[in-house]
Design a protein around this ligand. Structure first.
Ligand code: SF4
Length: 65
């Protein structure tokens, strides 16, 4: 189980998170990240951690519980 938070002030709309985990992240009309699933299950954890790593704005925080 992982818990996601995003800092929309930092997000620059690069969309890398959506490419990494399309079931978990989306972008609004301005390209800013939105979270579709704040508590993704274990199968999605690797994708979410990847999104956290590659986000150029370091706007994604993942806590693994
Ligand atoms: S990868 Fe980071 S900067 Fe790009 S849309 Fe996602 S949260 Fe925003």
């Amino acid at each position: 189980m992982v818990e996601i938070s995003v800092d929309t002030e930092r997000c620059v709309g690069a969309g890398q998170c959506v490419l990494s985990a399309p079931d978990v992240f989306d972008q609004d009309d301005d390209g800013i990240v939105t979270v579709l699933e704040a508590n993704p299950d274990a199968d999605q954890a690797a994708e979410v951690v990847q999104a956290e790593r590659i986000c150029p704005a370091q706007a994604i925080t993942v806590r693994e519980g």
